[in-house]
Design a protein around this ligand. Structure first.
Ligand code: G4P
Length: 530
């Protein structure tokens, strides 16, 4: 098979959801269908092994486990599918966001009873910014859920994305009887466990009359009529640009509606496509079929074994062919690096990988060379993929070394951990360190590693700030300083760009109203400070 054909078979996606919506359960069912795991409970068991303390060894153990489950690759219907794990719950952090910069599409799992929840909204924003296709799986149909129309309306109202149902529920909760596949014109029955191909008249014909209750059938007919009359039409161009989401219904726990979802998803989701980059300062696109090798690092994982400093860098391949032992250039330094030890990350185990192509994610061992966002390539000239955006931190702490004699270790540790992307690092006018994070675990890891790897014990004082806005270029900082009170704080990022921290959105809005001439920029519109 040619490389172009191999690339066309690849699908790489992340699952986004609010905790408890059913991401783990759905992942597990997809892996089961792909034969990647043999037993239900494998993914779940990992999830339940969550650490109880902030002890680093425990975090390492947990993180180690999540390393092997970070990318789960399996085959289904001739496709090579990689699911990227997007950590949620306690280990929700910038990694979760960064992983979404490496995927080609996203699956959004929604708890049918709850609708769109906070974490889904945040993760959706990152996907929407990249303009990648988003597929929606409304889960837990075996329980009472919200009305299906209300749910798709929420997608439009809360997330601002057009929706188009591909499958539709027949009843819900105790009366749940199955789903109707609108595209294939077939009904998949839940308790009766059978699939009916419907005749030309579809749900309006007699085929379903024996199998589902009069009430459910009446409702289904009304609803399908409404969808066909007033609903959005499937527009694949909009789907590809992330402006329209195909919607599916089912129950991950009962493994119902999941196969229908997977099959439509594989048909509609994109294979690896072109990626924006700059070559010798000129904008260009790297094609997956280009012969030169290229890829970028979107995550760095500290080693499980504290005796070894080496780390694992996750590399998304964007073009060419990876071969073990090859030499490539690290664009940031211009220096050659050898990709000697590398690993394919599988659901159950790590395997040494000899070769890989666009659409594959591999882990490469790192002895401290790499930073999150780095480009590796053997292109002639200097190739840089688009820098990662800055993700909105929601918590900030001031950090002080407990032992002033250890200033040097402290500063070195802060710099290196910032380079790895462990936390966002800022400084105020007195050169004091302020760190920002998306999740609490990031702070814990930062503190633990400073103490254990750099021998710098620290005190972390949580700040009452939750929102950051960068200042537009060319503004008079002295004038802005005069505007500030205790509810704002002026700090500088690692590129010396000034930003304001605000206690909350309310104080920020108040500030903008009062000082409408001050230009404020959202984090995601700022290129990464790494
Ligand atoms: P997450 O990864 O998104 O956090 O969610 P997870 O899959 O762990 O699911 C959260 C809870 O919801 C689990 O219950 C799981 O069994 C349940 N669940 C997932 N999908 C469905 C579904 O389609 N229908 C129903 N009724 N429940 C579903 P739990 O009680 O927290 O865990 P467990 O004791 O069942 O393992």
């Amino acid at each position: 098979m040619s490389r172009t054909e191999e690339i066309a078979k690849r699908r790489i996606f992340g699952i986004i959801s609010h905790p408890d919506a059913g991401k783990t359960t759905l992942t597990e069912k997809l892996l089961l269908h792909g034969g990647a795991i043999r037993q239900a409970g494998t993914v779940k068991a990992r999830k339940n092994s969550k650490f109880a303390t902030s002890d680093w060894m425990e975090i390492e153990k947990q993180r180690g486990i999540s390393v092997t489950s970070s990318v789960m690759q399996f085959d289904y219907a001739g496709k090579v599918i990689s699911i990227m794990d997007t950590p949620g719950h306690n280990d929700f952090g910038e990694d979760t966001y960064r992983i979404l910069t490496s995927v080609d599409s996203a699956v959004m799992v929604i708890d049918g009873a709850k609708g769109i929840e906070a974490q889904t909204r945040k993760l959706f924003k990152v996907c929407a910014m990249r303009g990648i296709p988003i597929f929606t799986f409304v889960n837990k149909l075996d329980r009472e859920t919200k009305d299906a129309f209300d749910l798709i309306q929420e997608l439009e109202d809360i997330l601002g994305i057009e929706s188009v149902p591909i499958t539709w529920p027949i009843g819900c909760g105790l009366n749940f009887q199955g789903i109707y596949d609108i595209m294939k014109n077939e009904a998949v029955l839940y308790k009766a466990k059978k699939t009916l191909q419907l005749g030309e008249e579809g749900v309006f014909g007699p085929d379903l009359e024996d199998d589902i209750t009069i009430n459910n059938l009446r409702t289904l007919r009304d609803e399908i009529e409404l969808i066909q009359g007033a609903g959005n039409e499937l527009d694949m161009d909009k789907v590809r640009r992330g402006k329209m989401t195909p919607v599916f219904f089912g129950s991950a726990l009962a493994d119902f509606g999941t196969v229908q979802f997977l099959e439509h998803f594989l048909d509609m989701s994109p294979a690896p496509g072109p990626r924006k980059a700059r070559l010798d300062g000129e904008d260009m696109e790297v094609l997956p079929t280009d012969d030169s090798f290229s890829g970028f690092i979107f995550k760095i994982q500290a080693n499980m074994n504290p005796a070894h400093r080496d780390r694992l860098a996750f590399l998304r391949i964007c073009s060419g062919e990876f071969e073990r032992g090859m030499e490539v250039k690290l664009s940031r330094t211009g220096k050659p690096v050898k990709l000697a030890q590398s690993t394919m990350l599988m659901a159950n185990e790590r395997e040494n990988v000899e070769s890989a192509i666009a659409g594959d994610v591999i882990g490469v061992y790192d002895t401290g060379n790499y930073q999150v966002g780095d480009t590796l390539s053997d292109f002639k000239g200097e190739l840089f993929f688009e820098p990662l955006p800055t993700f909105p931190a929601e918590m900030y702490s001031m950090v002080f070394p407990k032992d002033t004699m250890k200033q040097k270790q402290f500063q070195k540790g802060v710099e290196q951990l910032a380079e790895e992307g462990t936390v966002q690092v800022y400084r105020n006018e007195y050169n004091e360190v302020i760190v920002g994070a998306v999740g609490q675990l990031q702070f814990e890891v930062f503190q633990y590693r400073l103490e254990n790897e750099y021998n710098a014990k620290v005190r972390m004082d949580r700040l009452d700030m939750t929102v950051a806005r960068w200042l537009g270029e060319g503004q008079n900082i002295d004038r802005i300083k005069d505007m500030l009170d205790s509810r704002q704080m002026l700090v500088y990022d690692r590129m010396q760009r000034p930003l304001l921290l605000f206690a909350n959105n309310f104080t920020m809005n108040y500030f903008t109203e009062k000082h409408s001439d001050v230009e404020l920029i959202e984090p995601m519109n700022i290129k990464s400070t790494l």
